[in-house]
Write a protein that binds this ligand. Structure first.
Ligand code: BDP
Length: 713
């Protein structure tokens, strides 16, 4: 048994750093703001005993050292003392804890799962314990969070288990280091230098993820390149897996469905062909020889040009099961995406995934989990929850959220995504009566899923602050927290993140959180109010494009979705139209089937409505749309003016960075409003209502507004 006592002998000097590039994310470990606070935590921090020996214990020790260096004066680094007699904080797994402590905690320890932890104040000591090493690391981060957010340690009595088993980031990173829908620089995976160079950024990535409980990462784009399955790249992926292992993070790879043809010239990729099945079995065994704890495959098939089982007249279950059989002997899993749709299928695009997957319920192997986007279309600013949630009682489903802001202003708009995610997670599927929320589907409690999971499409890149916008770090953070517990309180998540990242100043936290709370509705208002959707520019999806029409695929245009005419606008998805509404529970059909009872947020998602129709607000449809666009612009201006008040409350570097992005956001909110109202106004023929500012330019200006090399494609 190795015992390490971290001791600091230092004079506290509060120092405020005025330059901060944001690289440290929420692991800033900012210096204590005054002597009293410092003295309070100092007793604990200089008397930590960490018991045990493993690569994870080493990273725990390192993290404590980094934290202590941050909290206190850099000149007084912690020393190491092997005498634990004065220890006030004990960190050790169940096996490692002292026999004196254990009996009192046994009943709580019995409630722990593999990754859970306990933080408990007991007889004058803080105990951090867990069953396994990952839990111990999570518990240590939880303790550090308590200190970062200035919670008293004497009240500690926390027992946490993650509610979802697989908590993944999905990187849409290409092997050439571009990132599909990535707006924060290039891919952080430097394939050319791997496997020999393990960049510090990989370690800091693992630290950040472990601190929020993320335990898996799929490192390559779902639009997959088969090359990642070759020895050249497996060696590199293995080096990343080795670096992440002490942090409890497994590596997953995307599998290109026709890899047997591309890599080994097989004549087919038919999942029922024995030669193909054999190829995947051998390939999988090879992968495990490089990465013994390889997590498994993530697959996009039969969608947007990706090959898949449809090419051979087979089902999605046939395809998924073939791969599932290959990874099964090694304990791996297959995450099979439900984002399957085709322009040749004559039905409404948003109903195709349900139509395809619902009949396959119960036909997947037990190590397959179907990965479903939050809404039935594609990460729009607002969509109702995906109707597959609640509809697949025999097949585990996992959520796919998009952390990167493909359709939400990309990296320069401040939008607190937790607000949107909570709206989805708390939506009631009514699958088993009232209270059958999406969160209960995901945590497995609703249908007793044996496998549970959630994925977030990463917003991380080589930008110095990782995510482009400093505030987008908060989306990564809150994603992790909601993945751990999808019923978490997002206000608490936001406060903790602000305190850890910027400042514990209560005025700052209150104002910044006020901005965050308004940000989502503000964005929906200036982009896609009243249920409008898919009206962004073609291909790069940045900026407005309600006029986008024609081209190779109708279901990639704006006109397919809004169907504007001089009389009306909107997509009728009731039984008189595409009947996509039929995929929801009767409670929703009753509410959303009638324009009078459909909340305005979803009105044009489900209905075609005449321009002069009077809505519940007393406004005509046209006036409502126009007023909401205006409200969105005013909301963005309000966010900007609130932020201005924060000058001097945090470091100048991040304050100014966020200020300049807010200026972009205001400009782009005006652009969205003006372009959309000018375009739709041609059809409605009704003047703008009072209170809506006149557009800055004419429609032609917006139609011809082009930018080259918009990132992310
Ligand atoms: C869409 C993106 C596209 C992705 C696709 C997917 O525009 O780049 O490949 O989703 O999720 O949102 O597969």
């Amino acid at each position: 048994m190795r015992k390490i006592l971290l001791t600091i002998f230092c004079v506290i000097q509060v120092q405020i750093s005025w330059a901060n590039d944001g690289y440290k994310l929420w692991l800033q470990y900012l210096p204590f703001e005054n002597k009293a606070v410092a003295e309070y935590y100092r007793d604990y921090l200089e008397n930590i005993v960490l018991i045990g020996n493993s690569p994870t214990h080493s990273v725990i020790q390192k993290e404590l050292e980094i934290a202590i260096e941050g909290f206190f004066d850099m000149k007084n680094k912690p020393g190491i003392n092997l005498n634990p007699s004065t220890a006030l904080v004990w960190i050790g797994t169940e096996k490692e804890l002292s026999k004196d402590i254990l009996p009192e905690l046994q009943s709580q320890i019995n409630q722990l799962g593999d990754e859970g932890y306990i933080l408990k104040y007991l007889h004058g000591k803080v105990i951090v314990t867990a069953k396994g090493n990952a839990g111990l690391l999570y518990g240590t981060f939880a303790l550090l969070k308590q200190i970062q957010t200035r919670e008293k340690l004497e009240n500690l009595d926390i027992l946490e288990n993650p509610k979802i088993q697989l908590r993944l980031l999905n990187h849409w990173d290409n092997l050439n280091r571009t990132v599909e829908r990535g707006y924060s620089g290039f891919s952080i995976w430097n394939w050319h230098r791997l496997p020999h160079h393990i960049d510090q950024q990989y370690i800091d990535y693992a630290r950040a993820n472990a601190s929020i409980g993320i335990n898996g990462t799929s490192i390559t784009n779902v639009n997959a390149n088969a090359l990642v399955l070759t020895p050249e790249y497996l060696e590199k992926a293995a080096a990343l897996a080795d670096a992440f292992r002490p942090y409890g993070i497994k590596v997953y790879l995307t599998a290109r469905f026709n890899a047997p043809m591309m890599l080994d010239n097989l004549s087919t990729a038919d999942p029922l062909n024995p030669e193909v099945q054999d190829w995947w079995k051998k390939k999988t065994a090879e992968i495990y020889s490089y990465i013994p704890d390889f997590g498994g495959f993530l697959v996009k098939a039969d969608s947007e040009g990706q090959p898949g089982p449809h090419n051979y007249g087979r089902t999605q279950a046939d395809g998924a099961n073939m791969l599932a059989d290959a990874v099964k002997p090694f304990g791996g899993i297959v995450m099979w995406r439900a984002f399957v749709y085709n322009e040749k299928t004559p039905t409404d695009r948003i109903r195709q995934a349900y139509d395809e997957f619902k009949p396959l319920d119960g036909k997947f192997r037990d190590n397959v989990i179907v990965q479903v986007k939050n809404g039935p279309l594609d990460f729009q600013p607002r969509e109702p929850f995906h109707p597959l949630f609640g509809a697949m009682s025999e097949t585990p489903l996992m959520m796919e959220f998009q952390i990167t802001k493909e359709y939400l202003g990309q990296e320069t708009h401040w939008v607190n995504l937790a607000t949107m995610w909570q709206e989805i997670l708390q939506s009631d599927t009514y699958a088993k009566g009232k209270g059958s929320t999406v969160s209960k589907v995901l945590d497995g409690s609703l249908h007793e899923y044996k496998l549970t999971g959630i994925a977030g499409v990463s917003n991380i890149g080589t930008d110095r602050n990782w995510t482009g916008h400093h505030t987008a770090q908060g989306d990564w953070y809150s994603y992790g927290k909601l993945a751990w517990n999808p019923d978490s309180d997002i206000q608490k998540i936001g406060q903790d993140w602000l305190k850890m990242t910027f400042s514990t100043d209560s005025d700052f936290v209150k104002t910044a959180q006020g901005i965050m709370n308004q940000s989502y509705e503000t964005l929906v208002n200036y982009m896609t109010p009243v249920g409008l959707h898919h009206i962004m520019a073609r291909s790069h999806h940045w900026g407005p494009g309600p006029w986008v029409t024609g081209g190779e695929r109708d279901d990639w245009t704006a006109t397919y979705y809004h169907k504007v005419t001089k009389e009306a606008i909107g997509f009728d998805r009731t039984e008189n139209g595409s009947n996509a509404l039929a995929q929801y529970a009767p409670e929703w059909k009753a509410m959303w089937g009638n324009p009078e009872t459909t909340p305005l947020e979803y009105l044009l998602w489900f209905h075609r409505v005449e321009w002069d129709k009077k809505l519940s607000t007393g406004n005509s449809l046209w006036d409502e749309i126009a007023l909401r666009y205006q409200k969105g612009v005013e909301g963005a201006r309000w966010m900007q003016s609130e932020w201005t008040k924060m000058n001097g409350k945090i470091d100048e570097e991040r304050f100014s960075h966020i200020s300049s992005f807010l200026a972009i956001q205001v400009k782009e909110a005006e652009w969205w409003r003006d372009a959309c109202l000018l375009y739709f106004g041609q059809f409605s023929g009704i003047p703008l209502p009072a209170g809506v500012e006149a557009p800055k330019h004419d429609l032609n200006y917006y139609l011809n507004f082009k930018r080259n090399f918009v990132p992310g494609i």
